[in-house]
Design a protein around this ligand. Structure first.
Ligand SMILES: [Zn+2]
Length: 706
């Protein structure tokens, strides 16, 4: 649930390997982006793209799109769907092409030059976007079409595309006075710089801290694989012969789970949760103040009470009230469960003669012990069955059994880093469906977390169905010199999750790019991803892919039973830390008065109000809550839980008909996975399931009710 999906190009970031320059033939800088790539499947030619290409291509891309938009706005012919909406859909191709590569790399393989260029481009792009969104002549053409569609014979998708354009203009401020419009431009520019600064500070804070261990005794309790990874991290950091732990999750989490050194757990965990809150040059508190206040000002200028009202209008949830209702309903089950869990952990501490009160940096350690006591489930015993390559084969096999897809490894195609792998995805009838890239290991220069996005989206241009180039990026456990990448259960779940987003992108089959693939509302977009998590640990599916990396032995029934029995374990904690963060997000964004505030105090009050216990902190504290302050999830973090109402209910259809039932799968593909945003999401869902989702399956799924 902590996983990201980049929906908005504008919020994405990334890097091109510094490689790139060698062997490149001359040519005008940037020109590589001016035409379709002459590569297999039109994959970006990373081997021929260099840093020097980006800026000229962005400038040219903006210039070209501005010209195209002017031509549409000044067209002397009567507005038609074709000469206005379709023309807009087809505009800005250079800018789209360079943006997808640049921002893709800014997230997955960045460097200082890329970071700096992103900062430089941000206000320019924001202004460019505003120049389009505040173009009155253009809007008047769209309004003419929108006001009276009789005789236009629009199909559902076309009407929705037209309506989206109209609403987008209104929501971007086209109906404001000139003075307000100019203030809005300022706000947008500031917001885009502030959200970027937030992310950069967080990346610095994450990379700057290192827990260096030089005394072997301080490794007590840590599994061998974790120690080996820490030794390699030390080598990479120039600390040969020592062990280094950092603030990327694959590093801090196992340390918290297994380290017997309570003081070191505390040190590492505090460093993690104080990111952006250290009163240094990377502090995010003033930035949060500025972002929240500018969002209030903007929302109210546009006629909304709060930023949340503005955002949620375009979601399935529609209003802050509906969001609070879902979150509070689930909270009522989660908090009491978390308190029970805390009491159990305290008992364990007391039984060991530990003379202290459970603290947040103890939770994982004692949870791991309790998990072993209760289920004799040791993650280290399980990991050998989850070699990354086997898990990836597993998710491909699921896609094959459900939808008939086949994955063919592509060799000698351009990728942006040697660890990236690419596949051609073939549909059931053997036709080309998409290209799929995987990039699964953490590196300096890669953002934390996991996400899906694309180097090219799906659309139909002049009758030709352009197929997408989709990628998944993750930060999973690296292979070491002696063992392959062995994934934790959490990482397995994440891999399946992101693959679900990838399917949504790959199976897209609409006409217009603006409604293709994952371009749906945030509380709907997690349905295709979260439903995949249900397959990850299903016994029938485990038997297909969970094979011991050394012996090839299929995971034994006894281990499957343990995984199943333990699947609801710690669910009070997991739900509580999630809902706490989602409520924090809503509390920030339902404020209706611009005023400066103390971030620590705000967060404290927000958590006191719901009675969060000291032993748990929100999944994201404010100063590193990048989903809401530098990603596209403000007033939207709840979306994962909202979508779980959908995914739990949707998977129930497979439980009822068989988890590989082809008819159910076809219905899901035809009504959800292929439809993008070409129709109302609840309508799409009802066509698949025959009814609105029943929230009871979410509560069952989390073990809160029988
Ligand atoms: Zn997701």
């Amino acid at each position: 649930m902590r996983k990201f999906l980049f929906i908005l190009l504008a919020v994405m970031t990334l890097l091109a390997c510094n490689n790139a320059n060698t062997g490149k033939t001359g040519g005008e800088p940037g020109a590589i982006f001016y035409t379709e790539y002459d590569t297999p499947f039109g994959m970006p030619p990373f081997d021929r793209i260099s840093f020097e290409d980006y800026k000229p291509a962005f400038l040219k891309g903006m210039e070209e799109e501005a010209k195209e938009i002017e031509a549409i706005a000044n067209n002397s012919e009567t507005p038609t769907f074709e000469n206005t909406i379709v023309a807009m859909e087809n505009s800005g191709r250079i800018l789209t092409r360079v943006s997808r590569v640049f921002y893709g790399l800014r997230s997955a393989e960045t460097n200082d030059s890329i970071q700096a260029l992103a900062v430089e481009l941000s206000p320019l792009l924001s202004e460019h976007r505003d120049n389009i969104n505040l173009n009155e002549k253009l809007f008047n053409r769209i309004k003419t079409l929108h006001d009276d569609t009789t005789g236009m014979n629009l199909n559902t998708e076309q009407y929705r595309v037209l309506d989206n354009y109209y609403k987008n203009f209104v929501r971007s401020g086209i109906l404001l006075s000139e003075a307000e419009k100019s203030r809005l431009r300022e706000i947008n520019k500031e917001l885009s710089s502030l959200t970027l600064a937030f992310g950069n500070n967080l990346l610095n804070e994450t990379n700057d801290f290192k827990l260096v261990i030089d005394n072997e005794e301080d490794l007590a309790g840590l599994p061998e694989g974790v120690i080996a990874a820490a030794a390699e991290a030390a080598n990479a950091a120039g600390e040969e012969g020592k062990w280094v732990f950092g603030l990327q999750k694959p590093s801090w989490l196992p340390f918290l789970q297994y380290s017997e050194k309570r003081d070191l757990r505390e040190k590492l965990y505090k460093a993690m949760y104080m990111r952006g809150d250290n009163d240094n040059k990377n502090d995010n508190k003033q930035i949060i103040n500025d972002i929240v206040n500018l969002r209030i000002e903007k929302a109210q200028m546009l006629g909304y009470k709060t930023h949340a009202d503005f955002v949620l209008e375009e979601s399935m949830a529609k209003t802050p009230e509906n969001v609070y209702k879902l979150l509070n309903d689930v909270w009522a089950y989660a908090l009491p469960q978390a308190k029970k869990e805390a009491a159990e952990l305290q008992k364990l501490i007391d039984a060991e003669g530990g003379n202290f009160k459970l603290a947040s940096w103890d939770w994982w350690y004692y949870t791991e012990k309790l998990r072993q006591q209760k289920y004799s489930l040791n993650e280290e015993e399980i990991k050998p069955y989850f070699k990354m390559e086997n898990v990836r084969e597993g998710v491909f096999e699921v896609a094959n059994r459900l939808y008939g897809l086949n994955f063919r490894k592509l060799e000698n195609v351009p990728v942006y880093h040697p660890e990236v792998e690419a596949y051609e995805v073939l549909d059931a009838d053997g036709s080309h469906l998409a290209v799929f890239y995987t990039d699964y290991f953490p590196r300096t220069g890669k953002n934390a977390g996991a996400w899906m996005s694309s180097f090219r989206g799906q659309q139909v241009i002049e009758g030709e169905n352009i197929r997408p180039l989709i990628y998944n990026v993750g930060n999973f456990t690296r292979p070491t010199g002696t063992t392959p990448s062995l994934l934790t259960l959490d990482e397995v779940e994440t891999l399946f999750h992101e693959f679900g987003h990838a399917l949504h992108g790959m199976m897209s089959n609409v006409t217009y790019s603006s409604v293709a693939g994952t371009s749906v509302s945030r509380d709907f977009v997690e349905l295709p991803s979260q439903i995949m998590e249900h397959w990850a640990f299903h016994p029938e599916v485990l038997k297909l892919y969970a094979k011991h990396y050394q012996t090839g032995e299929v995971i034994p029934d006894e281990l499957i039973a343990k995984i199943d029995a333990a699947s609801k374990f710690n669910m009070g904690f997991i739900t509580t830390e999630f809902v706490a963060a989602a409520l924090l997000d809503m509390d920030y964004h339902t404020q209706n008065t611009v005023k400066s505030f103390d971030v620590r105090e705000f967060e404290k009050k927000s958590m006191e109000k719901i009675g969060l216990i000291d032993e748990i902190i929100p999944r994201y504290r404010s100063t590193y809550f990048s989903h809401i302050f530098s990603g596209g999830y403000s007033a939207g973090y709840y979306a994962y839980l909202w979508a779980e109402v959908l995914d739990a209910d949707a998977f129930q259809a497979f439980v009822e008909n068989g988890i590989f039932d082809k008819t159910t799968a076809a219905k899901f593909r035809d009504n959800v996975l292929s439809k993008g945003n070409s129709d109302d999401p609840m309508e799409l869902y009802k066509r698949f399931r025959g009814a609105e989702p029943n929230p009871v399956y979410l509560l069952k799924n989390r073990g809160f009710i029988e």
